[in-house]
Design a protein around this ligand. Structure first.
Ligand code: IMP
Ligand code: MG
Length: 184
């Protein structure tokens, strides 16, 4: 049986690059949030690997919660532009310094939706941290305070990012072969 690695045409961000950059992001976050009431919010499912490595590089006091959204549908490589909230937060955000953590800033539709949802709940501040950013695809006025890597407009998987719910277990970020998604 073939392995998920067989469907990757190019490794875009290696395991080592991710490890180093996550450490740097953790230091920047520590500096900015020292003495603040930090609450990290991971966007499921894509952010679960990134946030779990990121929090282990954060030494400030913090709490972690999750939301789940969907905009792609199964077999999609393009956002439908219509975000659904599949799971809301468990905790209140009132008075907290929120850091929304997502795998990738693509069109910005998901983060725009989440920021609008959360800002009416009276947090103290909201910032965004993404592992990847595809600036050429950005449609909304979102700027992420923390960006791991800026990448070209290619459909990528691994390190939490999936296609058809697969490939999330790859330890690096790679470009998915066109033959896998072209006919969908
Ligand atoms: P946006 O709403 O268009 O910014 O897309 C956000 C979500 O789409 C991300 O949180 C990812 O889950 C997913 N996404 C966007 N680009 C990719 C990609 O290249 N590979 C896998 N998932 C992606
Ligand atoms: Mg996502």
């Amino acid at each position: 049986m073939s392995l998920p690695d067989d469907d990757i045409s190019e490794v875009l961000v290696s395991q080592d690059d991710i490890r180093k950059r996550t450490k740097e992001l953790g230091s920047e976050i520590n500096k900015h949030y020292s003495g603040k009431d930090l609450m990290l919010i991971g966007v499921l499912r894509g952010a679960f690997v990134f946030i779990s490595d990121l929090i282990r590089n954060i030494s400030s006091r913090c709490i972690v919660d999750f939301v789940a959204t969907s905009s792609y549908g199964l077999n999609g490589t393009k956002s439908s532009g219509n975000v659904k909230l599949l799971k809301d937060l468990s905790d209140s955000v009132k008075g907290k310094d929120l850091l929304l953590v997502d795998d990738i800033l693509d069109s910005g539709t998901t983060l725009d939706f989440l920021i609008n949802l959360l800002k009416v709940r009276e947090p103290s501040s909201i910032n965004v941290c993404v592992l990847l950013s595809k600036p050429s695809k950005l449609k909304k006025n979102i700027s992420a305070k923390y960006v791991g890597f800026t990448i070209p407009d290619k459909f990528v998987v691994g390190y939490g990012l999936g296609y058809n719910e697969e490939y999330r277990n790859l330890p690096y970020v790679g470009v998915l072969k066109e033959s896998i998604w072209a006919n969908n």
